[in-house]
Design a binder for this molecule. Structure first.
Ligand SMILES: [Mg+2]
Length: 328
């Protein structure tokens, strides 16, 4: 039997003892949530990146690799609506690693922390057969504003914070070894140097119009299925409403990739996926436009059914959990 990440997480959950008063949310969301004071919560998340599994040094510049190791964790804080504050970093370093390479990784890591006014407060360095990073990020926010995966209800609108499939297309461009990097810099950047949506996450959590949220790390087919499972609902999404950038459509045509496949099953977009009651259909995008100048995209609706159903022209099929399984 092959390893299933979802089954393994279920086994771990079964071994976890019942909660304590300080624990607001344990396993099963983007972050664990602890009570800090009566009104404030601490958010905790951890993630690991391993060479050849999560990154390829052949095309991933060390400075950007350091930034990404921080960014993917910060994104999980953004996914709850929180403010990231502190980080812990453990690095596994093969003996042959050049010092300059490691310096660049650390400079990149620090640059991402600086962009979010965060501080590195500890970690560990070990010898390892493959280069790896394990990062823990600590954030905080108002307890009553925390957005969980479990808050979606029937007829809610499903939104995403930006075009999908960008990072998956960027990965394919890097893999193609055809030196097409310069043609689609935004796609390559989405893969090499993703941007955690902290500011938008804060705005959405404070708006009072959003009732569930997570970040898109494994593709919307899998990630929306997580919201549906946690909220005991289903969801319908429409292929024609999935937002694509012009670059993605061009790159997909040139490299013979299916844009919809990249969006549904590709990983690592780190856009936010969230739901709101239908009465906020107009006010929510207006608020986001006013406060960030950016757009959000309505891609579907929460249903009383089960699983994530994709409506593609006259075809309708269940796409639940049809994505990458790599954690996050
Ligand atoms: Mg996440």
């Amino acid at each position: 039997m092959t390893f299933s990440e979802r089954n393994f997480i279920k086994q771990i959950e079964a071994l976890t003892p019942a909660s304590t008063p300080d624990l607001i949310k344990g396993i099963g969301d983007d972050c664990a949530v602890l009570a800090k004071s009566q009104n404030q919560a601490i958010l905790l998340t951890t993630d690991t990146l391993i060479k050849s599994v999560h990154f390829d040094p052949a095309w991933h510049p060390p400075y950007l690799l350091g930034r990404k190791a921080a960014a993917v964790n910060i994104s999980d804080i953004a996914a709850m609506g929180g403010q990231p504050r502190f980080a812990l970093l453990s690095v596994g370093v093969p003996d042959a690693t050049e010092e300059d390479r490691l310096d660049q990784i650390m400079t990149g890591f620090h640059s991402m922390l600086e962009e979010h006014n965060m501080i590195l407060i500890g970690g560990d360095t070990v010898s390892s057969p493959a280069l790896m990073f394990s990062v823990t990020v600590i954030g905080e926010m108002e307890t009553e504003k925390v957005l969980y995966r479990s808050g979606a209800g029937q007829d809610d609108l499903v939104w995403v914070s930006g075009p999908l499939g960008e990072a998956a297309a960027g990965l394919e461009i890097c893999r193609s070894h055809e030196k097409k990097y310069d043609r689609w810099p935004s796609l390559v950047k989405a893969h090499l140097d993703p941007k955690p949506e902290v500011e938008l996450g804060r705005i959405l959590a404070k708006s009072g119009m959003v009732n569930s949220m997570m970040d898109l790390s494994d593709g919307i087919a899998t990630d929306l299925a997580h919201i549906c499972t946690a909220s005991s609902t289903g969801a319908d999404i429409r292929a024609e409403d999935i937002p694509f950038s012009e670059s993605l459509l061009q790159a997909a045509a040139t490299l013979h990739l299916n844009p919809l496949d990249l969006a549904l099953r590709g990983g690592e977009d780190y856009q936010l996926l969230f739901t709101s009651p239908p009465e906020h259909a107009t006010a929510l995008p207006c608020l986001v436009r006013d406060q960030t100048g950016g757009e959000i995209f309505h891609v579907g609706r929460i249903t009383a059914g089960q699983g994530v159903m994709l409506q593609d022209n006259d075809r309708r099929k269940n796409i639940s959990f049809q994505g990458y399984e790599h954690g996050g």
